[in-house]
Design a protein around this ligand. Structure first.
Ligand code: FES
Length: 192
């Protein structure tokens, strides 16, 4: 098999993938990994975890989506959320435990504190300079842009817009029919 093509447009997949074999560079080429992140992990729906892992309000568990560290939480309102585990101040991890129970997360770096819904609820020296230390909503923990649940299986998508249910049109008719039956047999749980 030919050596991997090296050009500015990226790997030549047509050359690297043959009917009965694939080139070893597909497993090691960082450009392939970058393509995977862009085209799959940060674009489509990715399974993150199961609702039962955060059965009670206040439960949380750390997950990952692509290279992003995620905290799956259940708030006091019962809703499951996927928060980016990245402080809005300096991008430090706000949660280092793998799982647990907490109403809030406090960043160990400078002490910014977030509710388990992601909302910023406090930070040191919050009177700021000249009393200008108000809390800005946009300084909350970021969330995975899209979240959906199917029978307790929680999926996230890092794309604001991307493949959604319309993608079902590409599925075989028998699969589409089964999905249709499932959707009409139980409430739509996309909005957690
Ligand atoms: S990096 Fe989190 S409080 Fe500064």
């Amino acid at each position: 098999m030919a050596s991997p093509a090296r050009d500015r447009t990226g790997p030549d997949y047509a050359r690297l993938i043959e009917p009965d074999r694939v080139h070893g560079s597909l497993y090691t080429d960082p450009r392939v990994f970058a393509d995977e992140l862009a085209r799959i992990w940060y674009r489509t729906w990715v399974y993150v975890g199961h609702e039962s892992e955060v059965a009670e309000p206040g439960d949380y568990v750390r997950k990952s989506l692509g290279l992003q560290d995620i905290i799956m939480t259940r708030g006091a309102d019962g809703a499951v959320r996927l928060l980016l585990n990245r402080c809005a101040h300096g991008a430090n991890l706000v949660c280092e435990a793998e799982r647990g129970h907490a109403r809030s997360f406090r960043c160990p770096y400078h002490g910014w504190t977030y509710r388990n819904t992601g909302e910023l609820i406090g930070f040191p020296f919050n009177q700021g300079y000249g009393g200008k230390g108000t809390i800005e909503a946009e300084l909350s923990l970021a969330s995975v842009p899209r979240i959906a649940s199917h029978r307790g299986f929680v999926f996230g998508s890092m794309a604001e817009d991307g493949p959604g249910r319309e993608r079902d049109r590409r599925l075989p008719p028998a699969v589409r029919a089964r999905l249709h039956l499932q959707r009409h047999a139980e409430p739509d749980r996309r909005a957690l």
